[in-house]
Ligand binder design. Structure first.
Ligand code: KIV
Ligand code: ZN
Length: 578
């Protein structure tokens, strides 16, 4: 037998004319956080009192969860003490209901009633396992056997709750047929209906029927079929609130929850960042933010995501992975060049059109809704030309002409390939500085004078300069209809005069209170290659002249390097670049 042949495929529940696939989610379900119970019981080191309190306060005070399963008070002294502290310490806001879990066993039920004394609103949650597998392997009983466990517990709970309710506590009931997904649906319906009867459920006293994928062993559509079948066939369906408790063994916990909501679920039990037994419970953050991203109010607040992550990691000693939906460190970052470009365009489009709708490709939601800022672009060897330009513009205020993106992008990509790691914005700036702002030779301007006059309404510029080329100093003068023209006329006849002027761009740039101008010049050499230069100066005309010199110097160095390379390869070039 091959390894996979030992597995028994899931038996789907046949259902005719299912309706859930045609539905859409239009509102948030009732949320119940099971972080302090299901999440906690799955930790290597369960939370201590302080950690549980911290998480409880974050859940109710900041995130806005109204139902919280606080633990399993009959399971241990610690769990009992935490329940008491929450109640006696006045930690529970009046509009929050605590939920306590207990197995369907009489002595544990009694202990749990003791634990909740003094609370205002309580959901008394009991469970027993009902699946075919558990009946056969664990309990060695039939449907009638597990049904009796459930109804006996329900009867005791109803009896014990009477005086407590009379005493003023708001107690509601929740029953979980544990491993529901592996239970024959007719059996699940029969057991749950009997439990509703024992608890005297009616429209005004609805009982929560919590239907778990205790182990996620089928595709989300199969689970949704089960839920639709269950809801259709439950006698007196209006007596129940249909709750979902999906785990994530197949990695489909979110899809399972969402489809099951379409199929009739009204309430969801979930954990922050999908903590929980094995692969975890469904993730509360993703569920809520998926609704949010569709324009639906999730009725939970994750605007301080970083603080929530820090609290979660501190209390659970678990980690939120970098790619965790909505929360991971890398989820609002684009490395790919085409993604970076499209994101950039999305931001520009929104600005240009003034739309109040989110229209940025590759970012499903606005990171600032989670208290995050868009990490504009992060640069690695996969990033394209636009990414480096975006960083230079958004982080450092250099708005390079579009034509220059390719040249600078290639410089950044080479460095990123060389280093084999992501390049930080500071490194990208250093590359820019090295390449364009700190070019020193072969030509340098020792002295210059730039003047302008207007004759008959026409501006006229004069340039005088003393230039150094290696050890030679020479003077040039020229006139033109602007500073760039005057400079080009001044160097006419010099060896620097072998480049065609193509384009020019300038803008102001402020470093602190100091405002300067930056100019970008595009030249073309005789081989048709475009080369860029950048100049910064308080005087815009000087910035352009520096930019021309920068472009010429870069071109000369490039040609020199190429000549050397050709020599090394055994073929000497014809153009001399001294
Ligand atoms: O996963 C599960 O079935 C549970 C029940 C106790 C609700 O956690
Ligand atoms: Zn569970």
């Amino acid at each position: 037998m091959k390894g996979f042949e030992k597995y028994i495929p899931f038996t789907p529940q046949p259902i005719e004319n299912r309706t859930w696939p045609d539905k859409s989610l239009t509102k948030a379900p009732v949320w119940c956080s099971v972080d302090l119970r299901d999440g906690n019981q799955a930790l290597i080191d369960p939370m201590n009192l302080d950690e549980k309190l911290e998480m409880f306060h974050m859940l109710v005070d900041e995130i806005g969860v109204k139902e919280v399963e606080i633990g399993f008070p009959s399971a241990s002294e610690t769990e009992y003490a935490i329940c008491r502290e929450l109640i006696e310490g006045g930690h529970i806001p009046d509009d929050v209901t605590i939920q306590v879990l207990v197995q369907a066993r009489p002595h544990l039920i009694r202990k749990t009633f003791e634990a909740i004394q003094g609370a205002k609103h309580v959901i008394f949650h009991f469970y027993n396992s009902t699946s075919t597998l558990q009946r056969q392997v664990v309990f060695r009983t039939d449907v009638a056997g597990v049904k009796k466990i459930a109804t006996d517990a329900a009867a005791l709970i109803y009896e014990m709750a009477g005086p407590v309710i009379q005493g003023g506590m708001d107690v509601r009931f929740e029953y979980s047929p544990e491993s529901f997904m592996g239970t024959e649906m007719d059996a699940a319906v029969e057991i749950c209906a009997a439990v509703l009867d024992e608890l005297h459920a009616d429209q005004n006293h609805r009982v929560i029927l919590n239907l778990p994928t205790t182990v996620e062993n089928c595709m989300p559509n199969r689970f949704a079929d089960e839920i639709e079948y269950f809801v259709r066939n439950l006698p007196g369906r209006e007596r129940a609130i249909i709750s979902l408790h999906p785990h994530n063994d197949r990695g489909c916990g979110i899809a399972t929850t969402e489809m099951a909501l379409l199929a009739g679920g009204e309430r969801v039990e979930a954990c922050l960042f999908g903590n929980g037994e094995r692969t975890g419970n469904a993730d509360l953050v993703t569920l809520a933010m998926n609704l949010y991203s569709q324009g639906i109010d999730p009725e939970l607040d994750f605007t301080h995501m970083d603080r929530i992550i820090q609290m979660y990691q501190r209390c659970t000693k678990m980690r939120v992975p970098e790619r965790h939906p909505y929360a991971g460190e890398l989820v609002f970052t684009a490395f790919s060049g085409s993604h970076q470009d499209a994101i950039n365009k999305g931001f520009h489009y929104m600005e240009e059109t003034g739309t109040d709708k989110w229209m940025v490709p590759y970012l499903p939601i606005d990171p600032s809704d989670l208290g995050r800022s868009y990490e504009p672009v992060r640069i690695n060897s996969q990033s394209g030309k636009g990414g480096a330009a975006f960083i230079m513009s958004h982080k450092f205020g250099f708005d390079m002409p579009k034509a220059m993106h390719r040249e600078f992008g290639a410089i950044v990509q080479r460095e990123s390939d060389r280093q084999g790691v992501e390049l930080k914005p500071e490194t990208i700036y250093q590359l820019f500085e090295q390449e364009y702002l700190k070019v020193d030779g072969p030509y340098s301007l020792i002295q210059n004078k730039l003047g302008a006059d207007v004759e008959n309404g026409v501006a006229h510029s004069h340039f005088y300069g003393k230039l150094r080329h290696k050890d030679t100093v020479f003077e040039v003068t020229g006139e033109g209809n602007g500073p760039i023209d005057a400079f080009f006329n001044a160097i006419r006849g010099e060896r620097m005069d072998r480049y065609e002027f193509i384009d020019y761009k300038e803008h102001a740039i402020s470093a602190g209170s100091d405002s300067q101008a930056v100019a970008y010049i595009q030249l073309r050499n005789k081989q048709g290659r475009d080369i860029f230069g950048v100049g910064i100066d308080h005087n815009i005309s000087m910035a352009s002249i520096k930019a021309i010199l920068c472009a010429i110097n870069r071109a000369r160095s490039m040609e020199h390097r190429e000549k050397e390379a050709a020599k090394r390869a055994g073929s000497v070039g014809t153009d001399s670049a001294n």
